[in-house]
Structures are given as C-alpha cells and as structure tokens.
Ligand binder design. Sequence first.
Ligand code: G1P
Length: 293
Amino acid sequence: MAIVKPVRKAVLPVAGIGTRFLPVTKAVPKELLPIVDVPAIQINVEECVASGLRDLILVTSRGKDALVDYFDRAGELEELLERKGKHAELAMMRRLNEMAQISAVRQPETRGLGHAVLCARAAVGDEPFAVLLGDDLFEGDPPGIRQLLDVYARVGKGVVGLWEVPAGQEHLYGIVDGASVGADVFRLNKLVEKPEPGKAPSRLAIVGRYVLPPEIFPILANTKPGRGGEIQLTDALAALCASDGLYGVRLRGERFDAGDRAGYVLAVLRYALRRSDIGAAVRTGAEKLLRET
Ligand code: G1P
C-alpha cells in the first residue's frame, strides 16, 4: 500500500457574510460570536490543535480582519495584564497565540465554499489537508476532525464527516450515499448538494468536516457553478469520488449547528452547563426560566 502523507494543515473558510445573524454580523463576524466567552472559531481551532493540526489557514474576506487580529499577539494588553498581576488571564492570552500557527488568505469575491477552499491552494501546497466549517461545532472524544484523520490514515483517500439528519432536513446539506465498509465508515458512491425535497439518496449529511487530498484543487479549478450559482465543494467531491474514491465517517459525539440561531443558543447553553465556574448557576437559572416561561 502507498505511504499515506501526514496531514498537517487545516483550512477554515470564514469569508461568509453571515446573513442569518444580521444585524449583529453587520459589525461582528459570525465566527466571533461568543460561545459564553470564547468565539465560535476558537472551538474549531481547539479541535484542530487537539487533533494534531497546528498549521491553520483562515480563508477570510473584506471586513473580517478582526478574526485574524483575534489570534495575533496583543502586546499592550499583555503588558497591562502583567503590570496588574493578572497571571491567569495573561497565560490565556499567550496560549491563544501559541497553540497554533494561523495564517490568512483572502477570498476576493463570494463565489461559494468550493471557491473558498480553492483560494487556499497555494498556502496548502501539494499535501493533504483538513477543512472545518465554522457553523458546525463538535464535542467528541476523539475530536471530530481526528475521527476523519484516523480513517484517512487507513484508507489514504479523501474522507468527509457525516451525521444522520432528521427526515425533511436533507435539503439543507450535502447528502451522500455509500456502502458500509466498517463501523461508521462508508465508501461513498454519490454526493448531492442540497437535494430537492424527496430526492435525497439518504439522510447522511456532510457536516463541515473534510480531509482532502491535494488532487481536489485542479478539480475545484474546473468546477462550474452549481446550486445557488456558487462553486460547490460537494460538486468537486463528487468528481473526486468518481476519479479517485472517497470515504465518509459517521461522527461520534455531540454536534451543534451554530449557523442556525436556535442551534447557536443551544450551543451556548450546552457549553455553559459544562463549565465548572458557571455551570451550576446556569442550570438553576435555566430550570427556573423553563418553569416560568
Ligand atoms: C455547506 C456545504 C454542505 C454541507 C454544509 C454543512 O453548506 O455546502 O454540503 O452539508 O455546509 O454545514 P452551507 O451550510 O454553507 O450552505
């Protein structure tokens, strides 16, 4: 069997305008909306780091520089915290900057997820890489993207993360069909981006986690606009599936759709309930609210 190249890099597309979260996204990128006191993007960055990926590439756009600043060193703030003896906060600031190497490329126009990934081509180079979409937050052990990396190391082909979605929601996702080849692992034979109601080949949806070979780039460069007039990553994956083969892994753990307003609130609540500092107070308050509402 050919030697499988190690995956070191992850691409995080964050160029979207966040229309579902207007008006706040007029001023704040949706990836910086706080899950308690941590921006949503940090949860995915931590997932990468916990999965052994430390070379991260943000695909940003105009008006989203705050995301790059967030992971940059904040010299004055650090000095101030040092002077005030706030050592825990200082350590937290330093860790943010040191846990991963984060760079950014721009997507100059909104031309779809496939185009956003293509914008990272030069930064990724000729090696396999991971992709994490900011709307999907995972809590799992092993972390979501690690589950894909483990399958990738065995099969040496592209792998997408899957989740069984409730009937009637298939039109919101890329949906796959495949043959089971092991516990929660599928060899895919079909991918459809946001199928029309009643036309989905299954209820297995792609949920924002991918490990891809560099061969996806020339395919993306030749992918014509698809659903919504945008260059769809799913369409390029369908071509990769036909030429090279593609796998899917049904993720274990908990998933939050932070791109949906209700899903976002539930994610905040879940993370708050887990916290040792505020969990008990939030539980008491939430139970009271539920009784009274
Ligand atoms: C994107 C992908 C879709 C995938 C989804 C997961 O769609 O195009 O295939 O299922 O992310 O969150 P979006 O939600 O950006 O429209």
